[in-house]
Design a protein around this ligand. Structure first.
Ligand code: NAD
Length: 457
């Protein structure tokens, strides 16, 4: 039986073959249309995220809408220069010739996204795919249904179905989609499902970018500015109620400053969300009961420094800091993905690096320190997707930086020009002049080997 998805894909392929998407002006107009619709419907977008998990308007605007508008603006501004064939050097031995890289779209791209930043994690890869001249089928997460439905409407308002469309649904729908042969798949989600996506893609030899998660360490050394560190860590951890792939997952703090830092955290959290964070309109909820139950099971571990309250009825978990945690505790066995920050202490930075190396490569790492030598050591010695010195999360907000993981936390990257490159095939063209045709490469080779050897002495 031919599935509906097969038909959608066939239509999309036909659209791609018309060549319309290869025209840069067509792409720019598409992005402009998307920008206009997002701007027009921004209040509805904020409403959808509020319904999905109580995300406040400020955070939705700052971390979702602005992020996508920045991506669109950057692509519109730079597309003419990005698409230009890039001239590269040609070794003298190939005289006389020139070499260029042409960026061509893959064709039809499948974007599968996660629920935790449901708008930007769907729109940003879509923007990259369209800027690079692809057609696109988008599958948002079923766990944020209001945003998923709204994005389906927005895309339908902007584009003909055979150019770009949203398929809503969960595991069943994604499984059916993955049976089809796409030209590229961009996936955001857990590492467990990432492996399922990679296996399905391998069946068709489809290239992938996998944006996944993991446990991202946050290290505070004894030279760190304690007040600023507490504020920036608490901000990055409790925004979106900790449901951020690059949130600091756990804290490793130097023994000498631990008490001061924990005290500063209490004050920061109180300043951010008041006496009762449950009443704060700036603090969002856990996405569903399954995640609530998983997270609340961590609350009886270690010693709670602040927080610890939970309410299953409204899926609320208080911003929580837990001390006296070891690597053997359940909270350290998986990515937390919620507003719970376990704390461990250290004395020797090298031992911390060894400990990080004994686990999967993190998506992000944050180092708070004034010691330039140790900052360099962390950047040089530890492998992780990306990170920050003396702050959290912000490396993902700069479209001039590639965003992606390494090892278990991801394959490939995107944002800004990196998105354009991810969604393009760099086609190499070697253009040989007809003016001269040196005889060196052609048989009979005779004594020509001597000449080659001389060149490589
Ligand atoms: P998830 O893996 O449960 O789901 C992601 C997507 O995969 C959804 O669209 C879902 O419908 C689909 N899916 C789920 N199960 C599937 C299956 N069996 N077969 C095919 N498709 C399936 O992830 P999530 O809960 O939405 O997101 C949380 C995870 O994503 C965390 O690990 C987080 O770190 C990671 N994440 C990473 C980034 C990043 O940019 N690196 C961003 C956000 C979230």
């Amino acid at each position: 039986m031919v599935s509906d998805y097969h038909k959608i894909l066939e239509q999309t392929r036909e659209f791609f073959l018309t060549g319309k998407t290869k025209d840069v002006e067509f792409r720019i107009n598409s992005l402009k249309k998307l920008r206009q619709t997002i701007t027009k419907r921004n209040q509805e977008i904020m409403g959808a995220l509020e319904k999905d998990f109580g995300k406040c308007e400020f955070e939705t605007f700052a971390t979702e809408i602005m992020s996508s508008l920045d991506e669109i603006n950057m692509a519109i501004r730079n597309l003419h220069s990005w698409v230009k064939p890039r001239k590269v050097r040609t070794p003298l031995i190939h005289f006389k010739a020139s070499s260029r890289i042409y960026y061509e779209p893959f064709g039809t791209v499948l974007v599968i996204s996660a629920w935790n930043y449901p708008f930007q994690l769907t729109m940003n890869p879509l923007i990259g795919a369209l800027a690079a001249g692809n057609c696109c089928i988008v599958k948002p997460s079923e766990m944020s249904p209001n945003t998923s439905k709204l994005m389906a409407e927005i895309v339908a308002e902007c584009f003909p179905e055979d150019y770009c469309t949203v398929v809503e649904g969960g595991v069943e729908e994604t499984t059916l989609l993955l049976k089809e042969k796409f030209d590229f798949i961009h996936y955001t989600g857990s590492t467990r499902v990432g492996k399922i996506i990679a296996r399905a893609a391998a069946e068709h030899l489809t290239p992938v970018a996998l944006e996944m998660g993991g446990k991202s360490p946050c290290i505070v050394d004894k030279t760190a500015d304690i007040e600023i560190s507490a504020r920036r860590i608490a901000w990055g951890k409790f925004m979106n109620a900790g449901q951020t792939c690059v949130a600091p997952d756990y804290l490793i703090v130097h023994r000498d400053v631990k008490d001061a830092l924990l005290k500063a955290f209490k004050e920061r959290i109180h300043n951010f969300y008041g006496d009762e964070p449950e009443q704060s309109s700036d603090y969002c909820r856990i996405i569903n009961q399954k995640h609530f139950d998983r997270l609340s099971s961590f609350l009886d571990q270690g010693t709670i420094i602040t927080g610890g309250k939970a309410n299953r009825e409204n899926l609320y978990i208080e911003p929580t800091i837990i001390d006296d945690i070891t690597w053997n505790d359940p909270v350290m066995q998986e990515e937390i993905f919620g507003p719970i920050l376990p704390v461990m202490e250290y004395q020797d930075l090298t031992a911390v690096i060894d400990m990080i190396h004994s686990h999967e490569k993190p998506l992000a790492l944050y180092f708070f320190s004034k010691n330039k030598k140790d900052q360099k050591k962390i950047i040089h010695d530890v492998s992780f997707g990306g990170g920050c010195i003396n702050t959290t999360i912000l490396h993902t907000g700069n479209p001039y930086l590639p965003f992606g993981g390494v090892g278990n936390s991801g394959i490939g990257n995107y944002h800004g020009k990196w998105s354009f490159e991810t969604f393009s095939h760099p086609k190499s063209i070697f253009d040989k002049s007809l003016m001269v045709d040196p005889k060196l490469p052609y048989p009979p080779y005779g004594h020509k080997l001597k000449f080659l050897k001389m060149m490589y002495r």
